[in-house]
Unconditional design. Sequence first.
Length: 219
Amino acid sequence: MNHDQLIQNTISFVKKALEHAEGGHDWFHIERVYNTSKFIAEHENTNTLVVELSALLHDIADPKFHDGDESVGPKLAKTFLESQQVDIATINHVVNIIQHMSFKNSLENNGAVFTSTELEVVQDADRLDAIGAIGIARAFNYGGFKNRALHDPKIAPNLQMTKEEYKASKAPTINHFYEKLLLLKDRMNTETGRKLALQRHQFMETFLDQFFGEWEGTQ
Ligand code: ADP
Ligand code: NI
């Protein structure tokens, strides 16, 4: 099968799979990560097909919606790629990337055994979608979905909480900036990713200044 046909088939497959996904994880998230991945890859030496397929398939089954099962996404991707007669080396690489992307935003993922430039590119693109204007929108969308307060001056950000404690706490959305989003710029893998992250980071800092000014009634 030629490259364009394979990409088209993959897009159709992903759109269908994400039909009922919530706003932060819908097809448009995938489309943004796909476009940003291609943009970053222009400055890196990568296998383009692997980058494209990994970006498109990276959130095919979010463990949050599959009882925490992290094996569903990689399995679905593998079966799909086999049905498209993709060569085994490409399939293995893409599945490896998806497996390691499933820990993508966890800050404790330093012991990962697998790495590749293609993984680094798609991971950067996924992290970039969590910061800047889009990142702010996604965070408040998620907070609304979870019925979290925007901000609560009595609940300070806590960088030591485990994921489980975090889920159980009713942490307001603004805390998520301090616990995760503002830390992402220092976790970028590529030069291009770092540059984009810096600009988006500054935008979040400006947003937070304005937010607290308005909260206090001084701005
Ligand atoms: P990914 O797209 O990498 O799978 P996540 O599933 O961790 O990322 O999060 C999806 C979106 O929801 C991101 O924009 C993230 O910042 C946001 N989000 C996740 N957890 C929280 C939270 N506790 N409060 C606010 N936003 C959150
Ligand atoms: Ni994602």
